[in-house]
Design a protein around this ligand. Structure first.
Ligand code: ADP
Length: 436
């Protein structure tokens, strides 16, 4: 029959996962592979490549001809420099958290104050650092191109150069508001290395013939632009209406809210990603599960939570942090953790901590509102804290809006939804008037 399955692949910080879904969003098959690079930076690229093809090989062979489209997300600001004549890796991968402070003065000299590129780990700092040390003198000529991690992995499947998405491109300086690179960036000599930018989930090209025949994929299978791993995890919750939000309660607390209005404020590390016709506004606090893990095992958390009455507000007022420093919703690099006074009862202590983290979460949503975003109306929860129903009830009381566990939270599932979106747009790819 006609291919009617959609493949999403997530390249996160510790491993790669795939999810294969049908048109209704049901998961038909999923799997994961760890990557274990040995030696230098270039080995990261080979281990990603190996994981990509291992995952495709893990998909039940009978399903593979039914795959209609593929999308991949990667860690934000993970960057590779590739020779577009030979496909050879010229430099990198520069990992998401690697910092290039040597490039900061040059970047700060051209970018607007407090722009997201003005951080040593931004994609633009990686590009400028490479350009200043080897780009002009290293014989790379005019063939060198910049790729984000997901661009590179998608390129292994489709073979076309120079296509990215506006989520990944944000940290190289792309302006999603005007849907173009800003003039301060275009005027730089290295701007010719920048990819053209499309919406996430836009069809790029069919899977290369050799990949199709080796893995038994359909020749019709189309590769679509990807996104970053954290946006893919947000997309998994399928909450794209303004006012809907996802709070991630993992080691840290991160909130993402769909807003009609774009909001950016560097003081709080708040910035907006484009999401079709809306904005995804995000902020991240240093509070969260890491503090809980310093104090209690996960089993203790379950046992102690049974003794908490979530309808009663805890009078204990803490600011749980694993170490000094907070960015959002309070910008204070010197803020010290506050976890005193500790009551006799561990259940009361935990209640106070969960309540205090809920207040920080509420303060976060209030801050986004004050900065101009759409008001939060409903919160979905991801991460280890999502399974704690007592905490969910506390948060519902403190936030004053419905709170529930997100059904899907895997970034691979969000990437599969992008593939589904792209499959519906493939007709555009086939039209004769297309421009590349
Ligand atoms: P990470 O950000 O490290 O991926 P996870 O999403 O795996 O985090 O969540 C792990 C966190 O969830 C831990 O810090 C742990 O303290 C917290 N956690 C686990 N179980 C519970 C629970 N029952 N109640 C509250 N928090 C929990």
């Amino acid at each position: 029959g006609t291919p009617d399955l959609y493949l999403g692949i997530d390249f996160g910080t510790s491993g790669a996962r795939y999810a294969l879904i049908d048109r209704q969003g049901a998961i038909l098959s999923e799997g994961k592979r760890a990557y274990a690079p040995v030696g230098d930076a270039a080995d990261w690229a080979s281990s990603w490549r190996a994981a990509l093809f291992q995952l495709i090989g893990d998909i039940p062979p009978a399903r593979r001809p039914s795959i209609s489209s593929i999308s991949i997300d990667g860690t934000s600001a993970t960057t590779l420099i590739v020779d577009s004549q030979t496909g050879e890796l010229l430099a990198g991968p520069f990992l998401y958290n690697e910092s290039f402070p040597d490039a900061l003065p040059a970047v700060e000299a051209i970018a607007p104050a407090n722009h997201t590129v003005c951080s040593g780990s931004s994609t633009l700092c990686k590009l400028v650092s490479w350009w200043n040390t080897s780009g002009t003198s290293g014989g790379a000529g005019s063939a060198a191109v910049l790729m984000h991690q997901s661009d590179w992995l998608l390129w292994l499947l489709h073979g076309q150069y120079g296509v990215s998405d506006y989520n990944n491109a944000l940290k190289v300086g792309y302006d999603p508001e005007i849907d173009a690179y800003p003039s301060w960036l275009i005027s730089q000599p290295y701007s010719r290395m920048l990819p053209s930018v499309r919406a996430p989930g836009a069809p790029i090209a069919a899977v290369k013939d050799d990949v199709c025949s080796q893995y038994g994929l359909s020749k019709e299978c189309v590769v679509c632009t990807g996104t970053t791993d954290s946006i893919a995890a947000f997309l998994a919750a399928r909450t794209t209406e303004p006012g809907r939000a996802v709070t991630s309660l993992g080691s840290t607390l991160a909130i993402k809210l769909v807003s009609k209005v774009r909001v950016d404020d560097a003081r709080f590390g708040v910035y907006s990603h484009r999401l079709d016709d809306t904005w995804l506004v995000g902020g991240a606090s240093n509070t969260g599960g890491a503090v809980l893990r310093q104090l209690f095992t996960d089993d203790q958390l379950v046992a102690l939570s049974r003794h908490i009455d979530p309808a009663v507000a805890s009078p204990l007022d803490y600011y749980p942090l694993p170490k000094k420093g907070e960015r959002f919703p309070v910008s204070d690099p010197d803020m010290t953790p506050r976890l005193q006074p500790r009551p006799e009862s561990d259940a009361e202590y935990l209640h106070g901590i969960l309540e205090s983290i809920a207040r920080i979460e509420a303060k976060g949503y209030n801050l986004l509102r004050q900065l101009g975003s759409t008001a939060v109306e409903e919160v979905f929860t991801a991460g280890g804290g999502a399974q704690n129903e007592k905490w969910t009830a506390i948060r519902e009381r403190v936030l004053g809006v419905p709170v529930r566990k997100a059904e899907q939270t895997e970034a691979a599932y969000g990437a599969a939804l992008l593939a589904l979106k792209g499959a519906d747009r493939r007709v555009i790819l086939k039209s004769p008037s297309r421009t590349c």
